[in-house]
Design a protein. Structure first.
Length: 278
């Protein structure tokens, strides 16, 4: 294999699939050994040095995986690394009879608290409990939890952030879905604050990119990995009217949502920990 072939293969590699620092270090070491072995082939000195430098540079360029920890909850407060706040929501503003704890408040994050223990039986985690009601019809009864990306992404600023350099998001989750379903949602919002509800205006009428993560939720912690451009889809009812380009959404992110639907009054419990972009 020539250096150009190595670089091409590394370009196509899906390094986000390599789990843990041990796996990443193993790959880096293996590629480094390959680069050194290629450099040992007899060539004119300047080609020898160039090939070695190029190969080693490729190794470190392509094995460097960018990770941004949104919130590991270790400090136990309601703010993430950027100052974005956690808060709950429900169908109450639409006349629904769902209930969520920690309770909703007029201001995002007001009264929100973390719970113990988190993943690995240590620290803190997000925990919501409650019931999704049954008086609004199928798919319209819901409770959920959100985290604003930073302190300016909520009302009144409603300022989005560009996360398009990341491939996706991963987090730990466990709980009881009570026969309903849980979706991870990536909303698309504008910079306009809807003051009546103290939330930012939806650009998709809430037909947002989402993924059903119900199969990952059980009594034990599981890791969910979502690749933005592969795993997230808008619901069919979005149609052409509310269709949004995923790149536009990723360049203007305000928050992440976890939403439970259709529990028909049964108790729900959801725990979330270690949220990070990769």
């Amino acid at each position: 294999m020539e250096e150009k072939d190595l670089i091409e293969k590394l370009n196509r590699a899906k390094l986000a699939g390599i789990k843990g620092e041990t796996g990443k270090q193993f790959l880096k070491n293996a590629l480094f050994k390959y680069a050194v072995s290629r450099a040992s082939v007899k060539k004119p000195d300047f080609i020898h040095r160039y090939a070695a430098a190029l190969s080693i540079a490729a190794v470190f360029a392509f094995t460097a995986v960018t990770v941004f920890v949104v919130d590991n909850m270790d400090d136990g407060d309601k703010f993430n690394r950027n100052g974005g706040v956690w808060s709950t929501y429900s169908d109450g503003h639409q006349g629904g009879n769902s209930y969520v704890w920690p309770p909703e408040f007029n201001a995002p994050g007001e009264g929100f608290i973390m719970s113990k223990p988190g993943y690995g039986n240590t620290g803190w985690a997000v925990r919501i409990t409650g019931t999704t009601g049954n008086n609004l019809g199928y798919n319209y009864n819901y409770i959920g939890v959100v985290v604003r990306f930073d302190k300016k992404s909520q009302c009144p600023e409603c300022q989005g952030s560009d996360i398009s350099k990341y491939n996706g998001i991963r987090f730990k989750i466990k709980g009881n879905t009570a026969g309903g379903g849980v979706n991870f949602i990536l909303p698309h919002e504008s910079n306009k604050c809807v003051k009546e509800r103290m939330t930012c205006e939806s650009l998709t009428n809430y037909a947002d990119y989402e993924k059903d993560i119900t199969p990952f939720i059980s009594g034990e912690w599981n890791e969910v990995t979502i690749v933005f451009r592969d795993d997230l889809k808008q619901p069919d009812w979005a149609g052409r009217k509310y269709a949004a380009d995923i790149e536009d959404v990723l360049k203007n992110v305000h928050l992440f949502k976890w939403q439970h639907k259709n529990g028909n009054g049964s108790p729900v419990e959801i725990w979330i920990d270690d949220v990070e972009l990769f």
